[in-house]
Design a binder for this molecule. Sequence first.
Ligand code: PLP
Length: 388
Amino acid sequence: LQDSYLFSTIAKKVAKFTEENPEKEIIKLGIGDVTRPIVPACIEAMHKAVDEIGTKEGFKGYGPEQGYDFLRDAIVKNDYKSRGIDVEKDEIFVSDGAKCDCGNIVDIFGKENKVAITDPVYPVYLDTNIMSGRDVIYLPVTAKNNFMPELPKEKVDMIYLCFPNNPTGTVLTKEELKKWVDYAKANNSVILYDAAYEAFITEEKIPHSIYEVEGAKEVAIEFKSYSKTAGFTGVRCAYVVIPKELKGYTKDGKEISYNKLWNRRTCTKFNGVSYIVQRAAEATYSEKGKKEIKENINYYLENAKIIKKGLEEAGFTCYGGVNSPYVWLKVPDGMTSWEFFDELLEKANVVGTPGSGFGPHGEGYFRLTAFGTKENTIKAIERIKKVM
Ligand code: PLP
């Protein structure tokens, strides 16, 4: 397990630059955290829930480990049934974040299972599997393969896919995703599908859930989060879908249900998300909530458009930014991601994230995020255009 230097190195470099250049205003387009406040529909729901638990009748102690019915019903109806996907309430497990879910899920897999992850990647998939002692193989995603990972040549048991992708901002069509579902069926593998950025999808043909692909319920676990969708990065709420059709096998060939295993694991190690937070998550599905959340998502998507368009005008090649808050750009030939970071900081006083921090195949790329204010995003891009 390697030390994680990425964000601490960035922080150190920025602190040094600020100390040496106190008059310069730095714009940070590196963070993956949202900045817009939680929408009124969710705030009102939380206030109401707080008042409720202060009464004798409304008090709540431990809730169901899997999540309250009101939220699981709302998820089934809004995130699945409305898209023609058949998911049942007892296939949904509400949690305090997709990061924990993506990490904790390894508890229900054998240690000898082989894991495939894309490179570059959200580091949680890699590190949690290294921590629990599994073999990991890498599937490069670069401009060469149009950011579409190639199927593994060997048999793997667990495959992490994340679309819209962090860090590249790229997506897969349903046809592309189907190849993975077919591979998983043929090889008895499980796909761990991270859809944390699903709310940013703008193009019709892009699937919002892996279960839009026929047969995916037999091979895939899906992770969703309210963090980027509704600004819950500090409030904390997410969920996992584990279909009942998804079966695994013990070493001696006995069939097992991942749904039952995860339920067992959840009841052992987790006491549920707070009632107040689950009411806030439920409010994201109200008419008012949907409208308010959409406005925030559109605000970030507009920033992504500004970044992509501005950088392309400045001669950069960019990926992502259409169905994602992330723009992944190719750094100029002959430069490393970190050299580009330094130059961007020094000349434009803009902070981004070097692609190599997300894995070896991220070298030569750079991530900018749309989570800043519109004013700062415009200002940052104007500066980049002027000096880079
Ligand atoms: N999955 C991906 C791909 C992410 O980028 C992030 C956060 O940046 C998460 C999951 C974490 O989500 P949560 O805030 O629900 O833990």
